[in-house]
Design a protein around this ligand. Sequence first.
Ligand SMILES: Nc1ncnc2c1ncn2[C@@H]1O[C@H](COP(=O)(O)OP(=O)(O)OP(=O)(O)O)[C@@H](O)[C@H]1O
Ligand SMILES: [Mg+2]
Length: 268
Amino acid sequence: MKIISFSSGKGGVGKTSITSNVALGLSQLGKKVLVLDGDLGMANVDIFFGVHPKKTINDLLAGESLKSCLTPVAHHVDLLAGGNGIYELSHLNSFQRREIIAGLESVNYQYDYLIIDTSPGLHDHVLHLNSIADECYVILTPDPSSLADSYALIKVLQQKYKSQKFSIICNQVKDEQQGAQLFLRFAEVVQQFLTVRIQYKGSIPYDVNLKISNQHQRLIIRQDPKSISAQALRVICSEIESQNKTIDRATGNVKGLDMLFRPASGHA
Ligand SMILES: Nc1ncnc2c1ncn2[C@@H]1O[C@H](COP(=O)(O)OP(=O)(O)OP(=O)(O)O)[C@@H](O)[C@H]1O
Ligand SMILES: [Mg+2]
């Protein structure tokens, strides 16, 4: 089971939209996917899938088996829903975190992917969820504060958890060109001050159809597969999947839209 997390410094950039659609997109490629709603306390992946989970992560922490806490949300996609409005969930202690990880490990061989949606910002549990991911996706938007906040997230993950590798998706952009330019602008700053490796994984255009689909609790990739955002999301799914195969075969060398950055000097 490959673990992928979607996170951002700033809120409202599209993490949950991307998590849900990528989960569905990977299942359409024949993969088995488990989604963890890691936006603990403010969970909403279930709303995006239009389901009403009977059990949540709360039941897992109360001692139930992971399997009994899962909600099937699509063919080959199961969800471990987060609790809503539960303050304690957003302040898990290390024992509770270990309980969740142990539960997830128990189904390691039943899924191809574990996809984690997170809450925005630098909370401990967000950092921890990102640190267990094989691949940590950071979502940028053209909003200038999104760049600054994502930079801060990467910096803290590197300092606190020694994370070295991040994947970047530019969401809500005008077109592919704006997405690539946004990445390059971000990469320039990262290159200057941090010793991490960042990879550009593509962009998703601003698409009013995606917004409307979300409002109707339908996923764009199923609702309107020909829309510009659904097409971009499918490209990202194929990229995730082809990279997974590449990693399986080779020895950790990832090919594709890879950008390797070495440190210059100084601190930001
Ligand atoms: N590519 C896009 N085009 C148009 N609207 C989008 C796009 N991506 C996301 N949105 C809209 O942006 C809003 C925020 O999306 P979403 O809830 O997925 O973000 P989030 O990062 O999970 O937010 P939070 O930080 O609150 O968890 C929603 O209204 C969603 O429909
Ligand atoms: Mg969200």
